[in-house]
Design a protein around this ligand. Structure first.
Ligand code: 48F
Length: 263
């Protein structure tokens, strides 16, 4: 029998996956912006930053990026926007329908998949099933993220993580504001909030919550920014429920601020 000259199909498939994945990871071990959490605000910021030519890596602990978008309100998979967020939906070619009085709806699944597709097409790299479990903190600033596979974290395995360095880290982790909490607790820094710490989200008040989501989107420590619901949790804003205009505008504002700061 003649020995095969090319690798077996099984080997070819496996080596293609391994080579491409490790090339992608290696190319993103040092980035301009590391975004923690691929919810709507993180995905929109990633899209805008990558479009502007920045090297962006998104780390999402779940298998499916998209955060709180998929389930709409209470699993009814439609979400609501105000007029001022429509241009962002249009940028991602996401269909929307008027619902009267300046409100609009969009299919939650189309929104989630559209934002993911748009961010990646713009050039952001997305590492899913990867949890950020710590930050890099050097010379008084947040300088990167410490990552591990989510199943490793869930199974409590005693496995050391890896590190990605970045000029800027974004806390886009939603309600728990994981990164800001790490900075306050482990690095012991004063955040740029009224109390110097993570203030915690207030109960629901839609109008105020929508406004404060955008207002609270900002740099909270050298090297660290907060977006979306994380920004509100850090700075003590009201909860807004299943309306997404503020989240979208937060992502866009965040990208603008980071671009101004990075130059
Ligand atoms: O919460 P989330 O959707 O982020 P957001 O951009 O949007 C909030 C809305 O979806 C909704 C709302 C609208 O009115 O209030 O809640 O603020 O997505 C946050 C993402 O971060 C991931 C999490 O799985 C989710 O997809 N995440 C959380 N902790 C980590 C993380 C972590 N430690 N490492 C990586 N990803």
């Amino acid at each position: 029998m003649v020995a095969p000259t090319s690798p077996a199909m099984e080997e070819k498939i496996t080596s293609a996956i391994v080579e491409r994945f490790f090339a992608k990871l290696k190319d993103h071990l040092s980035v301009d912006v590391a975004i923690v959490g691929a919810g709507p605000s993180g995905l929109i910021a990633a899209h805008d930053l990558a479009t502007a030519g920045k090297k962006v890596a998104l780390f999402e602990k779940k298998l499916a990026p998209g955060g709180g978008v998929w389930g709409g309100g209470m699993l009814f998979n439609e979400i609501v926007f105000q007029d001022d967020a429509l241009s962002i939906l249009d940028d991602f070619s996401i269909t929307h329908r008027p619902a009267g009085d300046g409100y609009h709806t969009a299919d939650a699944v189309e929104v989630a998949s559209g934002l993911i597709f748009g961010a990646m097409k713009a050039g952001a790299a997305l590492f899913n099933t990867v949890s950020v479990e710590d930050i890099v903190f050097q010379d008084g600033r947040v300088a990167g993220v410490v990552i591990n596979w989510t199943p490793v974290v869930h199974m409590n395995l005693h496995v050391d993580p890896l590190v990605v360095l970045s000029k800027v880290v974004v806390d886009g982790t939603g309600h728990p504001s994981v990164v800001a909490n790490l900075a306050a607790r482990k690095a012991g820094v004063r955040l740029d909030t009224e109390t110097g710490g993570v203030m915690g989200e207030k109960p629901m008040w839609v109008e105020k919550g929508e406004k404060s989501t955008v207002e609270n989107t900002r740099r909270i420590h050298p090297g660290l920014y907060a977006s979306g619901m994380a920004a509100n949790n850090v700075s003590g804003g009201f909860r807004m429920g299943p309306i997404f205009g503020g989240m979208f505008l937060s992502g866009r504002k965040l990208a603008r601020l980071i671009l101004e700061d990075l130059g």
